[in-house]
Design a protein around this ligand. Structure first.
Ligand code: NAP
Length: 276
């Protein structure tokens, strides 16, 4: 790593983004821990101050063109370069397709997919001029396999996978690397930050006799324990650091034994063994 390498992480207010910003800073990157709501910056700032880390907080909402432009402009003015960008900001929308609106699907894509594009488009000219840089996109195991009631999330992550694989060929000529991180369940705020569609019903509220209510209820009830049993987000941060510091990173990094095992199982038909 060069002495003044600069890293930017989106969605650093909690979970994977929080741990990744700290780990990159602890490993010498001048790190911009970006987040859409600066009121959530207290903890990371306290840790950075206590440990005297090269970490700064910057406002960045990946849904907002101006916010992304302003953040990248500020970083370019202050540092003149960005070596690593970690597109981590994202959320999980839950519900059966029939009960989700197109608007809700679009919002899911706005953050998980277009948000990453918005940031990448803003940093690419700088990385191209540098003839160096690593773009790390936080996908998911759900970027490789379908999951019931997660169709917007899964689709957004599949899209991110396709985008990343395609641009990797486009920009390798400029010395820019693209990496996909594919975690299984990770113990973060995801079990509380997930959204359900406005018209998605669960059993307790099934006045309209939704045929999906019980299934939805069961999946939502199972999410908390699954996330709780997941890996510590620091494990994802370590993989991101490894990819960011590698001369020749892989395109894809599965994170967690569960994710690795499931992808191995995927090679064995029939697909129905993966249900539940
Ligand atoms: N946890 C898992 O099991 C898991 C597994 C595979 C992949 N992932 C992926 O990992 C990434 C991080 O999620 P997490 O698990 O760490 O969940 P998390 O703790 O809920 O963190 C999500 C982060 O994204 C931010 N965010 C959401 N929308 C944003 C926007 N429009 N602009 C900027 N920031 C935004 C959140 O900010 P606020 O605090 O302002 O909401 C928060 O900082 C996501 O892309 C997720 O899909 C998670």
């Amino acid at each position: 790593m060069k002495a003044q390498s600069v890293a930017v992480v989106t969605g650093s207010s909690s979970g994977i983004g929080f741990e990744t910003s700290l780990l990159l800073a602890r490993n010498g990157y001048h790190t911009y821990a970006s987040m859409r709501n600066l009121e959530k910056s207290k903890t990371i700032t306290e840790i950075a101050n206590r440990e005297k880390l090269p970490l700064q907080v910057v406002q960045l909402d990946v849904d907002d063109d101006k916010s992304v432009k302003d953040a990248v402009y500020k970083i370019e003015s202050e540092q003149g370069r960005i070596d690593v960008i970690v597109n981590n900001a994202g959320y999980l929308l839950i519900g059966p397709l029939e009960e989700l609106s197109i608007k809700e699907f679009k919002e899911q894509f706005e953050t998980n997919f277009f948000g990453a594009i918005r940031v990448i488009k803003e940093v690419l000219p700088m990385m191209r001029r540098q003839r160096a840089g690593t773009i790390v996109n936080i996908s998911s195991l759900a970027g490789r396999i379908g999951l019931p009631l997660n169709s917007p999330y899964v689709s957004s992550k599949f899209a991110l996978e396709g985008l990343s694989e395609s641009i990797a060929y486009e920009i390798e000529q400029f010395g820019i690397k693209v990496v996909l991180i594919e975690p299984g369940y990770i113990k973060t705020n995801v079990a509380s930050s997930f959204k359900t569609g406005k018209n998605v019903v669960v059993t307790a509220d099934n006045k309209n006799n939704s045929p999906y209510a019980e299934f939805t209820q069961n999946r939502i009830s199972a999410l908390g324990p699954r996330v709780e049993a997941g890996l510590d987000p620091i494990e994802v941060a370590k993989v991101i650091l490894k990819a960011a510091t590698s001369e020749n990173p892989d395109l894809r990094y599965l994170v967690g034994n569960g994710a690795i095992k499931l992808m191995d199982m995927r090679k064995i038909p029939p697909m129905r063994i993966l249900e539940n």
